[in-house]
Design a binder for this molecule. Structure first.
Ligand SMILES: CC(C)(COP(=O)(O)OP(=O)(O)OC[C@H]1O[C@@H](n2cnc3c(N)ncnc32)[C@H](O)[C@@H]1OP(=O)(O)O)[C@@H](O)C(=O)NCCC(=O)NCCS
Length: 160
């Protein structure tokens, strides 16, 4: 499934396309992961996600084809878990993460999932605001869930 999103980019409009990830995206995804997280996934983890049948792995590409964002989710039985999402710093606050989440939520509904879960660092104000704006609600805390730095995770749920 491929969907095109147009996002407002200040004075000019840029076209961002959201599509399933391919091997050609792994360099860009791995580079973005290193910029976005202190405790990043390995390149091998992304390659494995490409082959994992439960994985939904989407990228957002610029008009030039550069990876500007990605989202990985696992769909198992009637529940989904959003495992990873990031957007390149230069392209943030333009609706790319929202578009990636909308894509995965639509697919979850098509797949008749009952709910989606995710974990987020307690201090991650940007991500928590994003998820709250999409209807995710906090349901639990996992003490010391993250490393580098050690921090609690907040578990969020979206009923579909
Ligand atoms: C979190 C992240 C993915 C958001 O990506 P993004 O493309 O900038 O988000 P969007 O532009 O789609 O934002 C949608 C909404 O989320 C909220 N939001 C996003 N960034 C925010 C920020 N820095 N501060 C407050 N609210 C924010 C806003 O409600 C925003 O809507 P608005 O711009 O109309 O106010 C991005 O900041 C990122 O890659 N961070 C590092 C990696 C990370 O933390 N991933 C999440 C792990 S759980």
């Amino acid at each position: 499934m491929v969907s095109a999103q147009r996002v407002q980019d200040g004075s000019k409009e840029s076209s961002i396309a959201i599509a399933p990830a391919t091997r050609a995206d792994i360099d860009g995804v791995s580079q973005l992961e290193l910029v976005a997280f202190a405790d990043p996934w390995t390149r091998q983890a992304f390659e494995a996600a490409l082959k994992e049948r439960h994985a939904r792995f989407h990228v957002a590409r610029s008009a030039e084809g550069a990876v500007v964002g990605y989202l990985i989710a696992w769909f198992v039985l009637d529940e989904g878990e959003i495992a990873n999402v990031a957007v390149v710093p230069a392209a943030r606050r333009r609706g790319i993460a929202r578009a990636l989440l909308e894509t995965i939520i639509a697919e979850a509904r098509e797949s008749r999932l009952a709910r989606l879960f995710l974990e987020v660092r307690e201090s991650n104000v940007a991500a928590r605001a994003l998820y709250a704006s999409m209807g995710f609600v906090p349901i639990a805390r996992r003490p010391r869930y993250y490393r580098k730095p050690v921090e609690d995770a907040i578990v969020l749920r979206l009923e579909l």
